[in-house]
Design a protein around this ligand. Sequence first.
Ligand SMILES: Cc1cc2nc3c(=O)[nH]c(=O)nc-3n(C[C@H](O)[C@H](O)[C@H](O)COP(=O)(O)OP(=O)(O)OC[C@H]3O[C@@H](n4cnc5c(N)ncnc54)[C@H](O)[C@@H]3O)c2cc1C
Length: 209
Amino acid sequence: MAEARYELVDIILSLETSENEEARKKAICRKLRLKPEHVHEFRLMKHSIDARKKLIKVQMRMEVGIDGPLPNKVKSTKEYPSLSGGEKRVVITGCGPAGIFAALRCIELGAKPIIVERGKDASARRFDLGPIMKEGRVIEDSNYCFGEGGAGTYSDGKLYTRATKRGPVRDVYETLVAHGAPERILTDAHPHVAQTYCQIWLRHCASRF
Ligand SMILES: Cc1cc2nc3c(=O)[nH]c(=O)nc-3n(C[C@H](O)[C@H](O)[C@H](O)COP(=O)(O)OP(=O)(O)OC[C@H]3O[C@@H](n4cnc5c(N)ncnc54)[C@H](O)[C@@H]3O)c2cc1C
């Protein structure tokens, strides 16, 4: 019997067939020049849609277990130490993404973060956007840019970065998944992180500070 191994392979399928497991398997076999019986299992690692032309294509990176299973998937969990109250305190200004991640890092390092935020919480903040739209009046401390969640909380929620070399981007996605975002954001290119998930994440994180 052949020795089990696994490989990464990029396949491209049409939008119509891209969710079909048989079509995925066929494309994998074609690309790796394998007979179907050698493909034990496969797992989606990356998913992106190319809609620049009339025929929409879906590009996928697959991890393929050949003649044996894939290694177990590592589940995104974030374990934080419990804080007793006697730790060093760190004051963080602003409850935007940077402030929240700084606070989580403090907990990882065993310090107690205290976030000071000038605006209202994410739900209350919603009502302060009305005067901007209706009267052109900006409430200074609570608006599109200021308040819990930071700037962009009321955007379409498409989280992305153009940075490819800076910072642990994957770690950010894993932190969001560990706090309730769908696992799909770990494989999708330019994942869409719905505002609801951001709010769950905020509440979840806030309960630890
Ligand atoms: C309208 C809009 C839409 C956006 N849409 C997207 C998107 O769809 N996808 C995406 O990836 N990025 C988006 N962005 C960019 C994204 O929001 C920013 O990159 C991100 O918010 C920066 O995070 P931050 O924590 O550095 O700063 P901010 O998010 O700006 O957070 C700073 C926080 O500090 C608080 N603060 C400021 N001054 C004080 C003070 N003196 N005392 C106490 N608190 C204070 C503010 O209220 C705010 O909560 C958008 C930005 C805007 C403005």
